[in-house]
Write a protein that binds this ligand. Sequence first.
Ligand SMILES: Cc1cc2nc3c(=O)[nH]c(=O)nc-3n(C[C@H](O)[C@H](O)[C@H](O)COP(=O)(O)O)c2cc1C
Length: 322
Amino acid sequence: MVVGACPLGADLAAVEALVAAGAGAVVLPSLFEEQLVHEQLGAHHFLDAYVDANPEARSFLPDSEVFSLGAEGTLAQLQRLKATVDVPVIASVNGVTPGGWTSLAGELAAAGADAVELNLYEVVTDSTVTSAEVEARQLEVVTAVVETVPVPVTVKVSASYTSLPGFAAALARAGARGIACFNRFYQPDIDLDTLGLDRRLVLSTPAELPPRLHALALLWGRVPLDLACTGGVHTGADAAKAVLCGATVVQTVSALLAADRPAAALGRLVSELEAWLDEHGYRSVGEARGATAFDNVADPGGWERLNYARMLQGWTPRPSRG
Ligand SMILES: Cc1cc2nc3c(=O)[nH]c(=O)nc-3n(C[C@H](O)[C@H](O)[C@H](O)COP(=O)(O)O)c2cc1C
């Protein structure tokens, strides 16, 4: 069980408590490409000149207060955590265009990160851009980060690839060692009173787990990557499902952030998972891993298109009540 990237990673006392409760690793909050570009642009007068010359830059250079820790803060937090806890600490970088910012991943590794999670969160809005172009660019970023860091790189991807198995295989060829399924997309809702966008962050529910299970089950044993489940894990039973579908790592965030005591919530999740494994005769997580994956399940059609037709045709309408 791993604490996924979120503000808890920026809090030393919280991380200590989470590790004591059984966290197997901790992912730090991300450093964002926009933030790193911002920092690398350096002096304000240069930044102002840049923004004046490129009006669009105003929309992508964020206010510095959007980010909790800058690169310096993240490096310092990484060093503090490495000196305090004895589980792997994973740095996270978040960006989608090749550029100098990726070199900071090297500094994170030098500061002691045991691995780097590269988050490819991206919202494509340009109708002239093809998915092939997007994937090629993302693979360039993965290659740049892999070339920069001496530690394993895992890639956190979105659920919306036309061929996730194909992209996962390409990630492995680019040198990634793992894939985390999936990013959550924080689309705004519509505020019906103001007709504006409602940008409140809503935490996940277990309803978000099945698409992750599906991806894990399809990828397990078929791509040379470790699989991480991230999204919708709120109980030990959810974690057991992720392991059965092939997860090496199960991340959780919302379940911890929603709890009054995140460490107690994590401890409960770990003991529920252990109890489930015990009750079902598994002596280790490794024995259970992949048991319901595509290549192991008795009815692989259940993971395929065939399932779609069966599910739709098997729906029994409720008797009409007039
Ligand atoms: C408040 C908050 C902050 C987050 N910050 C990051 C981040 O910095 N980088 C990142 O890759 N994911 C971030 N995430 C996403 C989580 O790591 C995770 O992928 C997502 O919440 C799904 O997992 P969950 O269903 O267990 O919450 C954040 C999520 C929340 C709720």
